[in-house]
Design a protein around this ligand. Structure first.
Ligand code: GDP
Length: 463
């Protein structure tokens, strides 16, 4: 009798200890809109929960060593964040004909529980299985671009934004706003209707600049992807010229107050409530699209990536460091959609991404953040095809171009291995093709190097 009580006690102690040995990680995924966040998270969940075999994920050690037991989505803890729509995303990819799932328009989360067999240390001694809880967070990269606003007052911000709007490739998309601004009286009594009208025009200018000039660094980010702030008065502000000294500038003061409110009520809470709780961060970059769009836009996107990197460099006198204390210890930059080029060019893509981030990455590594870059495809939409022409073997891709009905065998151009100057840019440019998802009759998605990414992001938590 007493023996079985002792057994029970032991059992309970073991369970408690085991619970404390279970671990948790918050893995955030970001990138500018269209970079592939939704497809990436969908593929990650699918590969782990439905296809975690040694053949499919040979570079993810826990799987290769046969220690992965099972992974599945479980109810999330953060009840204030919408749930990532995994089932809908899979349904879109599995429908006939398959479609890409809807893109990220807000912050989303999904919690995964991964059961595995630990191989060393306390975990291995106290049980034959342990659980790693993974909170995936998907958020628009456009929101990160707001961070520098915290370092600026309203007059400085206005000066920068107006200079940005006047730049060559952008001014034509901001004309309606600039004309209205010309007639705007910053000294007049507050006129809500007028302020709203101009805010709408400013928002339209940003949306057009993003769509046509593909600019990446636009503020405020919530005007582009408002999330839950759609239509909120907090977004009713815009840059305007500072009035002369001694003038009343009532409208100006109102705009300044709204700018400060946006910083305090939107930008800061995002960092404090979310960003600071991320352990690891994935940044997806659509390098092929940037190459396709030409040298100016490529440079613009490259600048945006380096700026983004500096937000993670909180080891120095970074604004983040002073305001918050973030936790991120691993940062993975991914040149995504690598299935749009043959496997022989993946190394070129990875090198190009490395060339863009290397300087800032060195400084981050010095601050204790592990940074890596790689090329991968979350959801393969093509198949590699070798075509022999005039005795030469060509690495083509075969797939169905997006919005077209004919299937195509295509020889994509080789991506450069480093940033090109405008003079070095090839005359014919870089013509890459967007493909529709591959039809999978068995409901199994294919990936390229998702296992490498997972090993970097989670491997050390699964020993
Ligand atoms: P988000 O806006 O960052 O959430 O981006 P999405 O995940 O919605 O992806 C945007 C588009 O990129 C999709 O509609 C696809 O056309 C394409 N895409 C995303 N991931 C892949 C991939 O792994 N391979 C290919 N070929 N295309 C992809």
């Amino acid at each position: 009798m007493s023996y079985s009580r002792l057994d029970k006690l032991k059992d309970r102690a073991k369970k408690t200890l085991k619970r404390t040995l279970d671990s948790h990680i918050t893995l955030a995924v970001t990138g500018l809109s269209g970079s592939g966040k939704t497809a990436f998270i969908t593929a990650l969940v699918h590969q782990l929960s439905e296809q975690a075999s040694e053949q499919n994920m040979p570079f993810f050690r826990v799987v290769r060593e046969g220690r992965h037991i099972a992974t599945q989505p479980v109810p999330q803890k953060a009840l204030n964040i919408p749930t990532f729509a995994y089932r809908q995303a899979m349904a879109a990819l599995n429908q006939q004909p398959p479609a890409w799932p809807e893109s990220t328009q807000r912050i989303n989360t999904l919690r995964l529980a991964m059961r595995y067999r630990p191989k060393q240390g306390l975990r291995a001694q106290f049980g034959d299985s342990a659980t790693l809880t993974i909170d995936l967070i998907d958020y628009p990269g456009e929101w990160l671009m707001d961070l520098p606003m915290l370092n600026m007052d309203y007059p400085t911000w206005c000066e920068r934004q107006l200079t940005m709007l006047n730049k060559a490739a952008r001014s034509e998309h901001a004309q309606d706003f600039m004309t209205a601004l010309h007639e705007f009286d910053a000294n007049a009594e507050v006129d809500e209707v007028r302020l709203k009208e101009l805010s709408e025009l400013y928002k339209k200018a940003l949306v057009n600049i993003k769509a046509h000039a593909h600019a990446a660094n636009l503020q405020p980010g919530r005007m582009l992807i408002p999330g839950e702030l759609e239509g909120a008065p907090l977004l009713s502000f815009f840059p305007c010229h500072a009035p002369k000294q001694g003038e009343q500038h009532t409208q100006y003061q109102q705009l300044e107050a709204r700018f400060e409110a946006y910083k305090a009520q939107v930008v800061k809470p995002f960092y404090k409530d979310y960003f600071c709780h991320f352990d690891r961060q994935v940044v997806l970059v659509d390098l092929l699209r940037a190459l396709k769009l030409g040298p100016d836009i490529f440079d613009e996107q490259a600048e945006a990536i380096t700026e983004l990197l500096s937000f993670f460099d909180y080891g120095k006198s970074n604004v983040l460091r002073r305001l918050f204390s973030p936790n991120i210890d691993k940062l993975l930059f991914i040149a995504n959609k690598a299935d749009q080029v043959g496997a022989n060019y993946h190394q070129d893509l990875a090198l190009l991404l490395h060339d863009i981030v290397k300087e800032k990455a060195n400084s981050l590594t010095f601050s204790g953040v592990e940074v890596d870059t790689m090329a991968m495809a979350a959801v393969c939409a093509t198949q590699g095809k070798q075509v022999v022409e005039k005795g030469q073997s060509l690495h083509c891709v075969y797939g169905k171009p997006l919005h077209e009905s004919q299937w195509l065998t295509y020889l994509p151009p080789q991506p450069p291995r480093h940033r090109l100057t405008a003079q070095q840019w090839p005359q014919q440019g870089f013509d890459y093709i967007d493909f529709a998802p591959w039809p999978h009759s068995d409901g199994r998605l294919r990936h390229m190097r998702m296992d490498h990414a997972l090993e970097f992001l989670l491997g050390d938590k699964l020993t």
